[in-house]
Design a protein around this ligand. Structure first.
Ligand SMILES: Nc1nc2c(ncn2[C@@H]2O[C@H](COP(=O)(O)OP(=O)(O)O)[C@@H](O)[C@H]2O)c(=O)[nH]1
Ligand SMILES: [Mg+2]
Length: 470
């Protein structure tokens, strides 16, 4: 792939070692060793059943054997060694993967032995960083890999997989090509065309080209704000007064006894969250502590927490106790909460089995109002459906083909702003050299996106978000 400046960034080739599977329960653990000396390092602590020396094994072969402590010949574990020589490996370096039994003492010993033999513990994201440094993928693909591992919805998974195969990289390459075209045009016009004619055609052509590039960037940036749900799943928050039945409703919606329900007001001290997998996404239900009323005073802390929950949520269920009268203060707080939540709010009158003669009125549309009995499972289907409709609308809006992260979004925005700046400069007269200079700067920013021209600092920021073993 690319042979770019980034390869000039010093990369030490010393073998790195890490556990690549999660710690904790599970039968098998995978330890990866990658680097120039990965084979000699592993060979020194490997005893293959074939009696062959590991270092002589052909590439892309699997061998049964034991990890042994070379100092004492003690057998640490019975394992499989997967041997892969560069360059046809994930990192592009010689790599050995050891499949061991998943016991923390075994894993610790194997890693220790590898370190004693000349490897060092890998830093977060270091395997992927090396894959990037060896031209196995560009920065955008590496970031997509991280997104894929952490995808909380099927849509996010699909988009990050597409990005790993290079869809976003290609789109960025398209922007780069447009900029190169613009630069070429600027320089050609500057050198070849005669003054008169140049000024006339030039301005219009430059405008067209900068506008086209801006439009392309706008398409890429579209829906960035809506990606949150695609990436992280949706948040459904239950707010309202203490004892309204939020926890009962929460349990009914989640389908498990996740929150504690009692008739002592204020049982749920902090918010309780439950994650369920529905319609290709993780849904986070949040049961808040609720708004408490003491001696006719509404406790401010509960209000603050409710507002915070509404702010962060994608769907808000304002649960109201239909079995008692609403106080004036509650009415004020509820209306403020509804105002903040807007379209994402549903008003849920709970306890309709014990309903008062008249229910309070809120200024929301009729299809935002529901009457349920969480305790008796009444009216819940209609409420569930309404929540699903709101969630579907969120995903329908967020159907851009790309997932951008903050870094990418920020760089694209900078490029767009600079381009718009160029267009404005033109209104005051054409300065060709300056223009060429600006376009070159923009080209550098684009290559910072794909990683062709990045500093070690940027790399550390990108790969630092990964986990150890990735
Ligand atoms: N009659 C009736 N009582 C309910 C209903 N939902 C909850 N409750 C009762 O209301 C009380 C408070 O419920 P809880 O879920 O803890 O309220 P929270 O403080 O809002 O979380 C409990 O005694 C529940 O059994 C309902 O639909 N009908
Ligand atoms: Mg509760």
């Amino acid at each position: 792939m690319h042979h770019n400046k980034h390869q000039l960034i010093h990369s030490d080739q010393q073998a790195i070692v890490a556990l690549c599977t999660p710690r904790g329960s599970g039968a098998i653990a995978l330890i990866r060793i990658s680097g120039n000396n990965a084979l000699p390092v592993t060979s020194s602590l490997a005893h293959l059943s074939s009696e062959q020396a590991l270092i002589d094994a052909p590439t892309h072969t699997i061998h049964h054997g034991f990890v042994v402590d070379p100092a004492t010949s003690e057998r640490i574990d019975e394992v499989l060694f997967l041997i892969m020589r560069a360059p046809r490996t994930f990192t592009g370096e010689d790599t050995v993967e050891i499949t061991a039994h998943n016991n923390p003492f075994i894993i610790e010993r194997i890693i220790d032995l590898a370190v004693q033999a000349g490897a060092r513990a890998a830093r977060p994201g270091e395997f992927t960083k090396r894959a990037f440094q060896h031209g196995k993928m560009d920065l955008v693909q590496a970031e997509a890999l991280n997104d894929m591992i952490h995808a909380q919805t099927e849509l996010a998974l699909k988009q990050s997989q597409a990005q790993m195969s290079g869809t976003l990289s290609r789109a960025l390459a398209g922007v780069e090509l447009q900029l190169v075209g613009l630069l070429g045009y600027v320089e050609a016009s500057f050198e070849f065309l005669d003054e008169e004619q140049r000024d006339l055609d030039f301005i219009a052509a430059i405008r067209d080209r900068t506008t086209a590039i801006c439009d392309a960037i706008k398409v890429l940036k579209q829906h960035f704000a809506l990606q949150k749900q695609v990436k992280q799943g949706v948040r459904v928050a239950l707010v309202g007064s203490v004892n309204a039945g939020k926890s009962t409703l929460f349990n009914a919606l989640v389908g498990e006894e996740r929150a504690i329900v009692t008739d002592i007001p204020g049982t749920t001290r902090d918010s309780v969250e439950a994650s369920v997998y529905r319609q290709g996404a993780f849904w986070q239900f949040i049961d808040t502590a609720g708004i408490r009323q003491t001696n006719d005073l509404v406790e401010q802390k509960g209000i603050d927490r409710s507002f915070a929950a509404v702010q962060e949520a994608d769907v808000v269920l304002l649960v109201i106790d239909a079995a008692r009268h609403m106080t004036e203060q509650e009415a004020v707080v509820y209306n403020e909460l509804l105002q903040l939540a807007g379209d994402k709010a549903l008003v849920v009158f709970n306890k309709i089995d014990a309903v008062l003669s008249s229910l309070p009125v809120f200024s929301v549309s009729q299809d935002q109002i529901f009457h349920v009995s969480a305790k008796n499972n009444e009216g819940l289907t209609a409420l569930q459906t309404a929540v699903e409709v709101l969630v579907q609308a969120l995903f329908a809006e967020a159907k851009s083909p790309y997932l951008l992260n903050q870094r990418q979004f920020k760089l694209l925005t900078e490029i767009q702003v600079d381009l718009e700046g160029i267009a404005k400069t033109f209104a005051d007269g054409v300065h060709y050299e300056l223009l060429a200079y600006h376009v070159k700067e923009l080209l550098e920013k684009v290559s910072e996106l794909t990683g062709k021209n990045v500093t070690e600092h940027v790399l550390d920021m990108v790969f630092g978000e990964f986990c150890v073993g990735k």
